[in-house]
Design a protein around this ligand. Structure first.
Ligand code: 0O2
Length: 227
């Protein structure tokens, strides 16, 4: 099977995208391969780290490819005409890899390691840990492109990587659940309460990191926390 991304691009406005189309399925397959490639690289980092430092850098990794319905929903929400070109160029999180680390310092260690990945292009980084979102959301986001080989053709394909601590993940998962259950609409009171909890969680993360720095003094790269 050969997927020619430029052919898909050339068809930009002629035939809009159709999730039942074979081409759509092939494109999703490409994202899935890219996601697995990032996952493979990330798992290797953890193995190497464990070998050197005798503890984990990463607690666990979650991967997913957006469902066709949720791709279309996102394109509509962002007011993009439903074309392959718009999908490839503007929807960055079709393939997603979430890396959950024990400590805040680990998140930045992982970021540094990903920046050094061979053949991996960093397209965008957003540090919602140093600057959390208004909602209270904290996480480090990277959009990368990795080469995926299909029948001898190398295609750079986007993957969104979210890196966060277990505490940040706990907050984000429950906040998402609460919002989802109320169709994305929450009262000002609930929203403020969630921000308060995010701040408490941030304090806990910082204190645990200090504890970890004392415990592993001389055995890990110490990253001081500035917020
Ligand atoms: P889903 O269903 O989780 O995938 P983008 O459209 O992604 O290029 P944007 O809006 O700048 O551009 O993305 P951003 O801010 O980097 O956030 C993307 C993803 O981060 C979201 O994906 C969520 O997964 C997560 N996220 C961002 N803000 C919040 C938040 O306040 N709470 C929680 N729980 N998660 C958040 P999607 O596409 O919104 O949804």
């Amino acid at each position: 099977m050969i997927i020619k991304i430029d052919i898909l691009l050339a068809e930009k406005n002629k035939n809009g995208l159709n999730i039942k189309d074979n081409k759509f399925g092939q494109l999703m397959h490409l994202y899935s391969l890219a996601m697995r490639e990032v996952e493979r690289k990330v798992n290797l980092i953890n193995e190497d780290y464990r070998e050197i430092y005798e503890h984990d850098l990463i607690n666990h990794v979650i991967c997913r490819v957006k469902t066709p319905q949720s791709v279309i929903k996102k394109m509509k929400r962002k007011n993009y005409e439903l074309t392959y070109k718009n999908l490839i160029e503007n929807i960055h999180d079709i393939a997603g890899v979430r890396i959950i680390c024990p400590f805040k310092a680990n998140v930045f260690e992982v970021v540094d390691i990903i920046r050094e990945f061979e053949n991996c292009k960093i397209i965008r980084e957003k540090d919602y840990i140093t600057n959390p979102k208004k909602t209270g959301y904290s996480s480090y986001h990277m959009i990368v492109e990795v080469p995926v080989e299909l029948d001898g053709t190398q295609l750079y394909t986007k993957v969104e990587i979210q890196i966060r601590t277990m505490a940040m993940d706990f907050w984000a998962t429950l906040e998402h659940e609460i919002k989802y259950k109320s169709n994305g609409k929450i009262s000002e009171k609930v929203s403020k309460e969630l921000v308060t909890y995010a701040k408490i969680i941030n304090k806990i993360d910082n204190r645990l990191m200090k504890m970890r720095n004392k415990r592993f003094k001389g055995k890990v790269k110490l990253i001081d926390n500035k917020n």
